[in-house]
Ligand binder design. Sequence first.
Ligand code: PDD
Length: 277
Amino acid sequence: MIVLMNDKLIRREEAKVDIEDRGHQFGDGFYEVMKIYGGKIFTLKEHMDRLERSARELKISLPFSREEIEQKVKELVTENGAEEGAIYLQITRGGSIRQHHFPGAETVPQLTAYPFSCHLPEKEQQEGVETVLTEDIRWKRCDIKSLNLLGNVLAKQEAKEAGKFEAILHRDGIITEGSSTNFYGVKNGAVITHPVSPLILNGITRIKIAELCAANDIVFKEKALTVEELKDLDEAFISSTTSEIIPVIKTGEQVIGNGSPGPVTKTLLQLFKQITP
Ligand code: PDD
């Protein structure tokens, strides 16, 4: 496999990370996961917008220009002959003697990226999934795609141990998102999801779903759902880069709607497939 280390495309075996890299020690960095369809990166612009935003919010300067990063990531896909799959890209604040505060200007942010294979969860997209409902114990800047994912990791593990696909998170009874997905309810034909705020990641798939709703006369309402309201939903679904759209048929003990994928979710999944190559 060819990987990207800063601006160099090298073999994976040659890639070395500093033991004092702040990403390694503090989770001091940010990342993107981008889907490859037919050898092309989907929604590259939106991912780069979010990458720049994470950098700004964490006060880490991008080690290369946006155009250079885009170019290198495209070369990474080509060099690996990746037709389907995804790219993981992360940038850390760099390597420096371990101290909590930011290091000096001599510390250079480190960029790494590599492709990985991932198959669309087609069975789950068709049949829907069950989920656990658990407390959102993450920090209050979930809008930054930071490397610190322990709250997400623990929640996903809880789902896995329960034999469920995803963990839906709530803060004091208000549903925020999934452990690695955005969450949506559907009521009377309207799609309802948590507003963009520091408590959720503004998913690129979420942005596309909002656009699809606008173009197809589906109401897209940004309103926080409560755990209490789950029982009144007609449908629910989750979204992410690697899973696109997946119907949710159960959350915690609550069966959603009639317990099978609903028409609005199915329509959105169909519309989504039309915009992917
Ligand atoms: N996860 N919310 C969280 C907490 C996420 O981690 C993700 C993505 C999303 C959906 O964002 P997007 O549509 O841009 O993929 C929402 C990625 C895929 C991951 O960490 O692997």
